[in-house]
Design a binder for this molecule. Sequence first.
Ligand code: NDP
Length: 280
Amino acid sequence: MKTMFLMFAVCLIAVLWRDTFDPESVRCARVLVTGASTGIGEQVAYHYAKMGAQVVITARREYALQKVAANCTRLGAQKALYVTGDMSQSSDPERVVRMAVKQLGGLDILVLNHIGSTPFAMWNGDGDHVRELMQLNFLSYVNMASAALPVLEQSAGSMIVVSSLLGKITTPFVGPYAATKFAVNGFFGSMQHELAMQRSNVSLTITTLGLIDTDSAMDKIRGYTNMTAYPASDAALHIIKAGATHQKESFYPGYIYFACLCRDWFPFFRDIIIQNSYTY
Ligand code: NDP
């Protein structure tokens, strides 16, 4: 009973907190969004554009970035620019931040969102792939954060890290990906403590997402599971709101918060439910 009441109170606070978001707070903000040529990152760029932010987007494919940047301009972005970069290359994360800061004359918001491609399958013993994905999904985040933090301190800015339920709860077929997301949560969770202890003016938000209906995610899970996928545009708006309201952690869709809370209560039943959610 006590637990139920606590959960209800937390839900209520979360809803009220979300409602304090004012789109005006990001008007003219200087924003860098990674992995923005498609998927959730693209939708994040569009929401910022509609709110009148100055947006720099990055990914590898120049043609796709050009299209997204043009759409951002059409939607009302104060500025819409792009920098191509390959986050599997050790020098690109820092270079992309430097270029974006130069183009924008500073930085208010950094959204770390990109991920590399990985099979949705039983692990085949390929250790090199795990190492490469660590560079792409985790170490490049660390490098970008390191380059951006001094600039964000000047603007009392925000960093938003896009993470996953698979960085909190393990499931089959995603070993390398889950490893990178657990690493992201561990590193940036620790950084949150340090920023608080240093009384830093930089806010750091970690958003945990459930299954989202991007093309890449849908292609991967087809035939393995028929879990409900939630709209990328809603997930993107959630990410922006969580960052703008300086939430430390946020969850979309909301129910995954309870999945995280209950994760270790009944491990035996949890694992049976998880394994039966997939076709093998
Ligand atoms: P997508 O696969 O749709 O997009 C990935 C983005 O990363 C693309 O813009 C891609 O652009 C870019 N990218 C890929 N490789 C590189 C590279 N080497 N260097 C630079 N950029 C690269 O991903 P989603 O939109 O589905 O996911 C976005 C975020 O949301 C991720 O952090 C993911 O973990 C998280 N998330 C997603 C869920 C989902 O169900 N979709 C669930 C939970 C979390 P390009 O190919 O042009 O380089």
